[in-house]
Design a protein around this ligand. Sequence first.
Ligand code: C5P
Length: 240
Amino acid sequence: MDNGTNANSTARARKIVIAIDGPAGSGKSTLASLLARRYCYTNIETGAMYRALALKAIENGVSVDDGNALAALAGQSNIELVPNSEGNRVLVDGKDVTDLVRSQDITDAASKVSVHPLVREWMVQRQREIGAGGGIVMEGRDIGTKVFPDAEVKIFLDAAPEIRGTRRFLQSPAADAPEASVVAELQARDQRDRTRANSPLVPATDAVLIDSTYLTLDQVLSRAVEIIDARLQANERKHG
Ligand code: C5P
C-alpha cells in the first residue's frame, strides 16, 4: 500500500481538515492517529474534551444533567489536548487527567454531558479554533456535520455493534468488567449519541462510509488513505 512518491507529493499539498466520525469502538482513534502520523497532521480526539468536562463536573459536584451549570463550568475551564504519538494527553486547568478520563464512570458521564446544547456549542467553538489552520485529523461524532461541515475529507467509520463491543472489551482498562457489561454500556452510549436532539451521531451526507466489521486495521487504513490522497491530488491539480 505504501507509495513513497504519493506520500511525498501529498505531504507537500495544502493542509486540509480530515473529519472522522463514528460510534464508540469503531476504531476512529486508532485510524485518526495513524493518519495524523502519515500526513504529519495533528490528531484531535474531541471525545476527550467531553470526558474532561465530565471529570471536572464530578469533581466540582455539578450534575451531568444540568446543562446551564455545565456550560458555565466549561466557560471557566481550560481544557487542552496535547497530541503525541499515542493519542492526546488531556489537561484540565493545567493538570494531566489523561488516565482519569478513561474510567468507566467518566465514560458514562461524558456521554450524558454531551447531550446538552450549550455544552456542545462551547465544545464546537473550541474545536473550530483548534482546527482553524487545517492540517488536522479530528475525530468525534459531529465533526463532519457540525464542527467542520466544509471539511474536505469526511469519513464515517462504523462496525457491527457486537464487534465494537468486543473490541472495546479487549482494550478496556477495566479488565475486571465482564464482556457483556462492556457491550451493554457501549450500546447505551450509542443509543444516547444517535437519538439526542442536538447533533445526533449521523453520517454527513457527503461522508464516505467505511464499515470495518470484516476489515483489518490495515485495510481500513488503505481505504482511508485512498480517499485522502484522491482529495489532495485533486486539490493539487486545482490549485497547482
Ligand atoms: O470518543 P469518546 O468515546 O472519547 O467520546 C466520549 C463521549 O463524548 C461519547 O460517548 C459521546 O457521547 C461524546 N462525544 C460527542 N461528540 C464528539 C465526541 C464525543 O458527543 N464530537
